[in-house]
Design a binder for this molecule. Structure first.
Ligand code: ATP
Ligand code: MG
Length: 569
């Protein structure tokens, strides 16, 4: 859609979803109509100091989504102003994640660091105009001079240095003559401002660290505040969207745009960040989970990172749908993670091929077998175009141990599976009867002898034979061995990091269960990590991209068929 078609839409509704426009869509619509904006330019500005998480997915969908909907552009820009915590690994993972979510940025990837020369020139300009000074107060003194919300700050003793002195001092900072923490460059605004951000904020600080993009060229780095709005201006960003905690920074954002000869005048808007229950979404805490080995990596399938959810089998569409569903607002609230799981389940139910996998196999021998037969099943019950799959029905089969009992007193309603002496249908194959339970010396069930009822493939059994239900199965001789990993929520506490809780105390000790010796239908030998399957009666699964080998595939349970937590909590 190009921007000229925007005027045609009803102004309060979104064409794509027929939902009311969110407040940002309303602003953009007005700006296009009034001519304030010719073409919408947004940006997604991650700091490459960790992997992206579900909160970032919301910001990505919002920024790229606005550009898409209004015929504009969205940049991917790394806000790489703090070399101490940043890394190329993060840069690469972020690009991967954005693309995987289904978005493409406009032009080349941008880096705040590629504007460092410009920022430096602008800092010099502020100094020359008497609007910035080098300050040697240490951290404690700076805090003390700053005052607090209800107490005005007081001027730094360095505030009234001459322009020449400031230029000389700033040059010494740049040349590496000072150590980290010795001094900073500050804007000269108003130490009595009711807005703490306006009390002579820091513009540059010393960091004697190599930068992943600029190497050792700089030992002074601009702060977020001094960089962000100017990055937006350089890139012609029209709507600079950030989370609510930056609302108090907006006057400063505007101050810089006003003072500096920037090529464009972006406007900052704030929206509520996504908070999910049972989840932490702080990069610092996620990094701690990785560094301390509570999870196996940033992309551990239990992590709320985009790469973790991907490895777990969440689909890009399910994440986009979730972000659409929760919407964009100006006031924060915590979203139930069940809503995210609902979106995942919904998408997989519609799109995941069906397959059978027996997690806890017990052998069934068909005593009246007619040799190997091939059963044909649809790949998806409602999607003919997905095609068919072939299942070898052999003399020896596996069913799940939990699907058999010798207890003949269980009611048909309670136990819709195989009972000794009774009938059950094997999915897509025969109705069988359990004739005998074979035990080892210690009394463990090792085999079920069963007989098939002729003529029951795709047909009802004869009068008098009433199968209790339908269970899944695989051939014992023509199936693959696999490992299955069952995941539960990483935290068992609804608000793992609220108040003064230590989020590590809330880790769910049962968040991972590894099941060995599972048997899956042969077709799954060709499974790929990007494709999720519904293992019938078990849930949705996908191949694990890290631990799978050709000899032993490992399947992650993406999510169960039903929401078990709704009952638990
Ligand atoms: P974290 O607190 O996890 O470290 P951050 O805000 O420091 O996150 P950035 O890399 O600076 O991480 O974020 C990039 C963009 O994503 C920013 O515009 C930020 O506002 C947005 N963002 C971060 N977390 C969330 C969230 N939970 N919900 C919505 N947007 C978010
Ligand atoms: Mg940030």
């Amino acid at each position: 859609m190009n921007s000229s078609s925007v005027g045609d839409r009803p102004s309060s509704m979104s064409e794509a979803t027929s939902k009311p426009l969110n407040f940002l869509e309303q602003i953009v619509t007005q700006d296009l109509e009034s001519g304030k904006t010719q073409k919408v330019v947004t940006r997604f500005p991650p700091e490459p100091n960790g992997y992206l998480h579900i909160g970032h997915a919301k910001s990505i969908c919002l920024n790229f989504g606005l550009a898409q909907r209004f015929g504009g552009e969205c940049n991917l820009r790394f806000d790489d102003t703090n070399p101490a915590k940043e890394d190329l690994e993060y840069v690469e993972s972020i690009m991967d994640d954005v693309r995987w979510l289904g978005f493409e940025w406009s032009g080349e990837v941008r880096y705040a660091s590629s504007y460092f020369d410009q920022f430096y020139q602008w800092a010099l300009l502020l100094i020359k105009e008497g609007k910035a000074y080098v300050c040697h107060l240490n951290a404690d003194e700076t805090r003390e001079y700053r005052g607090w919300a209800t107490k005005p700050g007081k001027d730094s003793p360095y505030r009234d240095r001459s322009v020449e002195e400031n230029l000389a001092e700033f040059e010494k900072m740049r040349a590496g003559e000072y150590a980290e923490g010795d001094c900073v460059l500050r804007a000269k605004i108003d130490m009595a401002s009711p807005n703490m951000n306006m009390r002579d904020p820091m513009l540059y600080r010393i960091r004697k660290q190599s930068h992943h993009q600029t190497g050792d060229k700089w030992c002074i780095y601009p702060t977020y505040d001094f960089a962000h709005g100017q990055e937006d201006a350089i890139e012609g960003v029209t709507h600079s969207i950030c989370t609510l905690e930056f609302a108090d920074h907006r006057p400063l954002y505007e101050w810089f745009i006003e003072q500096l000869p920037v090529p464009a005048e972006p406007t900052q808007y704030e929206f509520a960040r996504l908070e999910l229950n049972y989840t932490v979404t702080s990069k610092r805490k996620l990094k701690q989970l990785v560094d301390e080995g509570h999870v196996d990596a940033w992309n551990d399938p239990r992590m709320p990172t985009i790469s973790g959810m991907r490895r777990r089998g969440y689909t890009p569409a399910s994440l986009r749908n979730f972000c659409e569903m929760i919407g964009v607002t100006k006031s924060g609230s915590t979203i139930d993670v069940g809503q995210l799981e609902f979106c995942v389940r919904n998408d997989l139910n519609d799109n995941a091929p069906r397959a059978m996998c027996v997690l806890d196999p017990v052998k069934v021998t068909i005593t009246n077998s007619k040799g190997t037969e091939t059963m044909v099943q649809p790949v998806h019950p409602n999607k003919e175009k997905f095609g068919e799959r072939q299942l070898p029905f052999t003399q020896e089969l596996y069913i799940d141990r939990a699907d058999f009992t010798e207890d003949t007193t269980l009611s048909r309603k309670k136990f819709k599976r195989l009972v000794l002496g009774e009938y059950v249908r094997l999915r897509g194959a025969y109705v069988i009867k359990a004739d005998e339970a074979v035990k080892d010396d210690s009394g463990n069930l090792i085999e079920i002898k069963a007989s098939l009822i002729d003529g029951t493939v795709g047909e009802n059994p004869p009068e008098g034979i009433r199968p209790r239900g339908v269970i899944h199965w695989v051939s014992a001789t023509d199936s693959i061995d696999c490992e299955v990993r069952l995941y539960d929520r990483l935290f068992s506490d609804e608000a793992p990091d609220s108040g003064d809780k230590n989020f590590l105390d809330a880790l769910n000790s049962e968040s991972l269960t590894i099941v060995q010796g599972c048997k899956a239908e042969v077709g799954l030998a060709n499974a790929s990590a990007e494709q999720s399957y519904q293992f019938e009666r078990e849930g949705y699964f996908c191949l694990d991209s890290k631990y799978s080998t050709t000899e032993k595939p490992v399947f992650n349970r993406t999510i169960g068929l039903k929401d078990n937590w709704a009952k638990k909590v």
